[in-house]
Design a protein around this ligand. Structure first.
Ligand SMILES: C[S@@+](CC[C@H](N)C(=O)[O-])C[C@H]1O[C@@H](n2cnc3c(N)ncnc32)[C@H](O)[C@@H]1O
Length: 214
């Protein structure tokens, strides 16, 4: 359920290189990634780590662990749906732009939440880095397709007008059923910004399997 040390190392290296003032994660669970990446952002001279978590019980556990880790004043956990929390963070001026965004929550919301950041003008060329977990396994074809689309393809798709649904095509059922559930819809009209061009890189984590016991 949590990001784990291998993928975690890859992301802490990005944090050390980009030195974001502010980093946001979507999906905090009980705080593993918030502690690992919050510490990395603080060590890189940053000001704040926001962890957006739906479940208040997970958030309470994460807050206790953040306390033990000495990060309670640095990491702010925001309880609620990520789309509502993102909108509030941007609307209040608390977060001015996306520097590093780590997406690790309800799989169908990966694309709509990214598009929400885009349409609010918070994805900034040369500044924003977006890292999404589990796009290969369990898999998130709509997200991969979106970040790999050309501007022309996105402009064509945008002609259909704003969306108020999640595209769940190709996302395994069990992940669609979890968290928000199969009937959930985004809380905003989603249009994105088709004019943004992403440089998308797929990083496959190195896996080690036990093949035999001597
Ligand atoms: C895979 S876990 C996150 C693991 C965490 N990033 C880590 O590495 O330690 C996914 C989390 O996303 C939360 N979540 C699911 N949908 C959400 C939503 N729409 N908004 C905010 N959090 C959500 C779940 O409650 C769950 O705790």
């Amino acid at each position: 359920m949590n990001i784990g040390p291998d993928k975690g190392k890859f992301i802490t290296e990005i944090i050390a290189e980009r030195k974001p003032e502010v980093m946001i994660e979507l999906g905090g669970y009980v705080g593993y990634s918030a502690i690992l990446f919050g510490d990395a952002v603080r060590r890189a001279g940053g000001k704040r780590y926001y962890s957006l978590e739906l479940n208040p019980e997970y958030a309470a556990i994460a807050n206790m662990l953040l306390d033990l880790a000495g990060l309670r004043d640095f990491v702010r956990i925001i309880v609620g749906r990520s789309d509502l929390s993102l909108h509030k963070l941007f609307d209040s001026g608390e977060v001015k732009q996306v520097e590093v965004l780590f997406i690790d929550h309800y799989k169908p919301a990966y694309t709509t939440d990214l598009k929400l950041c885009e349409q609010l003008g918070k994805i900034v060329p040369e500044v924003s880095v977006v890292i999404a977990d589990n796009v290969l396994y369990p898999g998130n074809p709509p997200y991969l397709e979106y970040v790999r689309s050309t501007v022309e393809q996105k402009r064509e798709a945008a002609k259909k007008g704003p969306e108020r649904t999640y595209n769940r095509e190709g996302i395994p059922d069990r992940t669609v059923q979890s968290f928000l559930g199969a009937d959930a819809t985004p809380q905003f009209d989603i249009i994105g910004n088709p004019n943004l061009i992403y440089e998308s890189k797929l990083v496959k984590p190195e896996t080690t399997r036990v093949s035999r016991i001597l």
